[in-house]
Design a protein around this ligand. Structure first.
Ligand SMILES: NC(=O)c1ccc[n+]([C@@H]2O[C@H](COP(=O)([O-])OP(=O)(O)OC[C@H]3O[C@@H](n4cnc5c(N)ncnc54)[C@H](OP(=O)(O)O)[C@@H]3O)[C@@H](O)[C@H]2O)c1
Length: 345
């Protein structure tokens, strides 16, 4: 029988700076009655993503509405259909969508869902390398950076969900790839498993100047393409090392997300002029129409073992706040996901 209640995680107050675990609360709530076009899903995996921090700022207008304190948190989830009033889905189907996370059961609009095939990859991969972060990596690289063989690519946040795929797709396109990440373990994985030419542990450098020196040594011909995930001193160092006519894809700036006061921009922005650089910000939804093209390239690479992926798995809905906070402490390697329930019941 379909459940009438679910456990769900709420925010108790809007954080200032890095959120603390006690700002999250697990509550039991009634599930709404299913309306036409909707699906009741049992959540198997949920995603924690850096953009969710932006949704915890109700005062800032963004491309996605802020969370409220009255509704459960929300986000990407993979689940199983329990009941359906949508003609494309039936009970037992495995689905992925941008809604339904932070809960054990969720009523979600069927139009936002995609059926997933557990035979191609583990279900959790549809929240990472085959999901939104994967499409983000592929889109920023192919649609903005437009790499050429022999060029040098620099990726910040290189061991994360997005960055680790950018690095590998860059290598497969014949680029020299330099990645930066925040621990020796991450750097070792990048060089030994992901095939990155040089991995820099940015925590060894205490200023943009020191990071610039290391990046310049790792990219002796200059950086043709920079995939920006972090901001702050990473952007400043990249701007110092960009080659003439270099391109920058501005995907995210996680170093900024918990600042109470905005930091001044990089003091060397003028390099954009002198080096004729092109920089473009983007959000993954700009490229949703290219999802089939992305899957056609990346799913076979995954099946052939030419693309590797890592996951940091947190067990149980209760662990979701810890998984989320871990993103800002660098505790995850690869994609951070929370197992909310078993694949089959
Ligand atoms: N534009 C879009 O549509 C879109 C879509 C998805 C993601 N993004 C952005 O892409 C970036 C990566 O996202 P993701 O999902 O792949 O996350 P992720 O890289 O898997 O996880 C976050 C990582 O960021 C690093 N980090 C956290 N705070 C940092 C700081 N102050 N300085 C330097 N590094 C820090 C940590 O790694 P270290 O140990 O290496 O520090 C952490 O593991 C984020 O900026 C995110 O907002 C954008």
């Amino acid at each position: 029988m379909a459940p009438s209640k679910t456990r769900a995680i709420f925010l108790k107050s809007f954080p200032k700076g890095l959120p603390s675990p006690d700002q999250f609360e697990l509550r039991e709530i009634d599930l709404p009655a299913l309306k036409d076009g909707e699906v009741l899903m049992r959540v198997i995996w949920m995603s924690v993503d850096p953009y969710m921090r932006g949704r915890m700022r109700p005062d800032i207008k963004s491309y996605i509405p802020p969370f409220t304190l009255e509704d459960p948190l929300d986000g990407g989830a993979v689940g199983e259909v329990v009941e359906s009033k949508h003609d494309k889905f039936k009970p037992g189907d495995h689905i992925v969508g941008f809604q339904g996370g932070w809960r054990e059961y969720a009523v979600v609009p069927g139009d936002g869902l995609t059926r997933v095939d557990a035979g191609i990859a583990p279900l959790s991969a549809y929240l990472g390398v085959l999901g939104m972060p994967g499409l983000t990596a592929w889109s920023g690289l192919t649609q903005i950076l437009k790499p050429k063989e022999g060029e040098t690519l620099f990726v910040s946040g290189a061991a994360g969900a997005v960055g680790s795929l950018v690095c590998q797709l860059g290598k497969l396109r014949g680029m020299r790839v330099v990645g930066s990440a925040g621990s020796p373990e991450k750097c070792e994985w990048l060089e030994k498993e992901a095939g990155v030419d040089v991995a820099l542990n940015y925590r060894n450098y205490d200023s943009a100047g020191a990071l610039t020196k290391a990046l310049a040594a790792a990219a002796p011909k200059g950086v043709d393409c920079y995939f920006e995930n972090v901001g702050g001193m990473h952007l400043e160092a990249a701007l110092n090392c960009m080659a003439f006519h270099g391109r920058i894809a501005l995907c995210g700036m996680i170093a900024m997300y918990n600042l109470s006061e905005p930091e001044p921009g990089p003091p060397n922005l003028v390099n954009m002029v002198a080096r004729s650089l092109l920089a473009q910000g983007f959000i993954v939804s700009n490229y949703m129409h290219l999802a089939p093209q992305f899957a056609a390239e990346v799913a076979p690479l995954l099946a052939q073992g030419k693309v590797k992926f890592r996951e940091s798995v947190y067990e149980g809905l209760e662990k979701a706040p810890e998984a989320f906070l871990g993103l800002f402490r660098g505790e995850n390697i690869g994609k951070a996901v929370v197992r909310v329930g078993p694949d089959k019941v």
